[in-house]
Design a protein around this ligand. Structure first.
Ligand SMILES: *Cc1c(COP(=O)(O)O)cnc(C)c1O
Length: 459
């Protein structure tokens, strides 16, 4: 039994824990990307003092933390000292993932960030945006400015849940590369500005620095979903964004074992809504309060599996990007293919913006990720006959609504991810009947191209 401490002594002990954490973060800040991804803040001391010397982060499949005595419990539950308390709020294994993610999203800078891991990417988006839509008597007619080219689930969350069900105005930016369009839509009542980099599935991008400036002029946070780039290529916080979302169900968790979301915020975000405490450390604040009350917690097992994939993120993204460029160039030259949309191609309309923001961490090399969309030549403008023939004849490539996977996957978006959005929603998202999203995996490019080539020959 430990010596009985007063509540004040527990709080002091908590301060020492906080300092210890800051030291470990500082140490990790001095490392290269792959080293941070591999170790995070889980070091020898953490292993020896808390985890029986285990060199890997243990999976804490435990619902709750025990306290030494009533003083300890009181200090912890007043949030006056670090505590994980109950796995809906926090969990040691999840914490290791969160710390590593916050370090990677701010890599190469001295910006500090915090991260909240969630049960899915959609839960991360909800957790990241809810706090800006609360009642505020100074701003009575809230609106959201968002790129229209967003993930189908995000479109539904904003359009159906926010607008149709709750009457919050959504202003869609149709051409995300047009800075004037963003400018014309953001105003005093805008609560947050939102975009994907690159978008799923249209592979649209935007100038993060410029849009961040516009948002900040009206004291709005810029929230960027960078799932399709990942921190190995693009770190929006470094370019002025306040909050970044990852669906770690995709390339971060490329082996395909979990659905998981990551919400990372820089310290001191810009927002006219919310308390100073909220703005100082948004993700951490969200975790302690709304996330706790709403309950979209991740499973510690998923956190562990994701952490394991995160370690090799950079090398995987490097290989996938190289392969994707090779595949994109092959498809671009193919007589049966009309359009290939991939940020790495000269023909890509926003290639210059892609070059500015998409670079493999720790290199000067531009790389453009794993995802592209193609349109196969059809006999009629809104046809899909040839696309379906191609699709149905893929032999190795999986037909699924998935991406970022180690295995190559293809999706016909109009009948899957964007089936429920209707004609209008599909038009906003630039989804045609013939649009086919290809997510390139880690197989050898020779075999990927052979599979695509054979399927194209079957048309
Ligand atoms: C998949 C995806 C999401 C949603 O993530 P889930 O983990 O499936 O909930 C959000 N944004 C983008 C860009 C995605 O690709």
């Amino acid at each position: 039994m430990e010596k009985k401490l007063t509540k004040e002594q527990w709080v002091e002990k908590g301060q020492a824990m906080v300092e210890n954490r800051s030291k470990r973060i500082e140490k990790a800040k001095g490392w290269k990307f792959d080293t941070i991804a591999t170790h995070g803040i889980y070091d020898f001391e953490e292993a020896m003092n808390h985890n029986y010397g285990s060199i890997m982060e243990p999976v804490y499949l435990s619902p709750a933390e025990a306290y030494v005595d009533s003083n300890h419990m009181e200090a912890a539950l007043a949030y006056e000292m670090p505590t994980w308390c109950y796995s809906r709020i926090a969990n040691p294994t999840s914490l290791y993932l969160e710390e590593t993610t916050a370090l990677l999203e701010t890599y190469g800078t001295d910006i500090l960030a915090s991260c909240c891991a969630t049960a899915s990417g959609m839960a991360a988006i909800r957790t990241a945006t809810d706090p800006f839509l609360v009642k505020d008597d100074n701003y009575k007619k809230p609106n959201i400015v968002a790129s229209a080219k967003v993930y189908g689930g995000t479109f539904q969350q904003f359009w159906i849940r926010r607008f149709v069900e709750n009457g919050i105005e959504i202003r869609w930016v149709k051409d995300s590369t047009d800075i004037n369009e963003w400018k014309s839509l953001i105003d005093r009542e805008t609560r947050y500005v939102y975009g994907e980099f690159p978008s799923n599935p249209a592979v649209a991008i935007f100038d993060i620095e410029e849009v961040a400036k516009l948002a900040h002029n009206f004291e709005c946070p810029l929230i960027v979903d960078a799932t399709c780039a990942s921190p190995a290529l693009t770190r929006p916080i470094v370019h002025g964004a306040d909050i970044v979302i990852q669906s770690a169900s995709k390339v971060i968790g490329a082996s395909g074992t979990s659905i998981i979301g990551l919400l990372t915020s820089r310290n001191n975000i810009v927002s006219k809504i919310g308390s100073d405490e909220m703005k100082a450390n948004f993700a951490f604040w969200a975790k302690l309060w709304p996330f706790r009350d709403n309950g979209p917690a991740i499973s510690p097992m998923s956190a562990f599996l994701t952490l394991n994939d995160l370690r090799s993120l950079r090398m995987r993204v490097s290989q996938m990007s190289k392969t994707a460029l090779t595949v994109a160039k092959f498809l671009q030259k193919h007589p049966k293919v009309d359009v290939v949309h991939y940020p790495g191609l000269e023909a890509y309309p926003a290639h210059k913006i892609a070059k500015k923001y998409m670079k493999l961490a720790d290199t000067d090399e531009n790389m453009y990720g794993y995802m592209m969309v193609i349109e196969i030549k059809e006999d009629t403008p809104d046809g899909s006959k040839n696309s379906r023939t191609f699709y149905d004849n893929l032999k190795m490539t999986w037909r699924a609504t998935d991406l970022g996977r180690v295995k190559t996957v293809a999706t016909l978006n109009a009948i899957s991810t964007h089936q429920q959005q209707g004609e209008e929603g599909r038009a906003l998202a630039s989804i045609k009947a013939a649009t086919c999203r290809i997510s390139v995996g880690i197989e050898d490019p020779v075999d990927i191209i052979k599979d695509l080539s054979d399927a194209l020959d079957s048309i």
